[in-house]
Design a protein around this ligand. Structure first.
Ligand SMILES: [Zn+2]
Ligand SMILES: [Zn+2]
Length: 309
């Protein structure tokens, strides 16, 4: 008898949630990296699936191995593939350890791979695109951890200047009068590994258009384990869904121990059909493929042409 071939693994999950693509791999304890190409950012880089390489920014949620181990490879491959120096944004409390990890590689390789490591304070913001900021929010995990929200800063004319002719507005600006106010709009939020807490009820989370959330435990008897590991349980998610207005919620960091069927069952039982339509599982490749095929079909109908992949 022939020995079996190794199992196929490492398939990248993919969802198109207009206008954003959410792509990556996330399995609790093994690896997590979730990339939003439209926003130039990937949350974590546990290993580095090829599409994640093209993210100019890695927003690191915390330093557990399954979230950070791919970072040196990410920095190195970006240089090898001539994609420019990558940037990692991380909690200020772990920045020196991340830096020290890169220092270890300098010793091993006898060369220094260019890399940027940017410490960020909780509630700090870092500009990743024009008018687009990455905001850090302190999370609660077994190690220093951050949740992130990508915020758009949209400038609007102050109401009292509505209807004022252009040349007068221009003069006001020249005179140094601030005629605008900035609206901060949460686009995509990511919980990272965390237990439930006030941070997840902040307006940045409740108003985000898309929330990428960890949910590691689904069985009733695993509530204690969720508390010990400082992770979210499906019951926590049920509470959060009451306040998160997001059109799309992407569940990541599911465990290999729990099958997709068990996860679906738990979602049906705890969350119900009112919210089920806005919940996606990043690693449910089959459902997500069918969903994408439907999106393609709808676009073809709309445009009256054939769209080949
Ligand atoms: Zn994790
Ligand atoms: Zn963790």
């Amino acid at each position: 008898m022939l020995p079996r071939r190794p199992p196929r693994s490492g398939q990248v999950g993919f969802l198109y949630l207009p206008p954003y693509r959410v792509q990556g791999i996330s399995v609790a304890g093994e690896q997590t990296a979730v990339h939003i190409p439209e926003l130039d950012v990937a949350f974590d880089v546990g290993l580095c699936p090829r599409p994640v390489l093209s993210a100019p920014y890695i927003a690191l949620t915390h330093g557990h191995m399954d979230h950070v181990a791919g970072l040196p490879y990410y920095f190195s491959q970006r240089i090898f593939q001539k994609m420019g120096t990558g940037t990692c944004i991380c909690h200020e409390a772990i920045a020196s350890d991340v830096q020290a990890m890169m220092g270890g590689w300098v010793g091993l390789e006898k060369q220094c791979t260019p890399h940027n490591i940017i410490p960020i304070k909780p509630d700090g913001e870092y500009k990743i695109k024009p008018n687009i900021m990455l905001k850090a929010i302190e999370a609660v995990h077994t190690v220093p951890a951050l949740s992130y929200v990508v915020m758009e800063h949209r400038k609007k004319l102050l109401e009292k200047y509505a209807g004022v002719p252009q040349h007068e507005l221009r003069q006001l600006k020249i005179d140094g009068t601030d005629i605008t106010q900035t609206f901060k709009i949460p686009l995509v939020a990511c919980t990272g590994d965390t237990q439930i807490g006030d941070h997840l009820f902040r307006t940045e989370f409740t108003n985000a258009k898309v929330v990428i959330t960890e949910c590691t435990f689904f069985e009733e008897e695993h509530k204690k384990r969720a508390a010990v590991g400082k992770h979210l349980h499906i019951d926590d998610l049920a509470d959060l869904l009451q306040v998160w207005k997001a059109e799309h919620i992407v569940i990541t960091h599911t465990s290999r121990r729990t099958t997709l069927d068990q996860i679906r069952e738990a979602i049906d039982a705890r969350i119900g059909c009112d919210d089920a339509h806005r919940i996606h599982l990043l690693m449910d490749h089959r459902t997500n493929r069918l969903r994408y095929e439907k999106q393609v079909e709808e676009l073809e109908k709309l445009e009256g042409c054939s769209f080949s992949d």
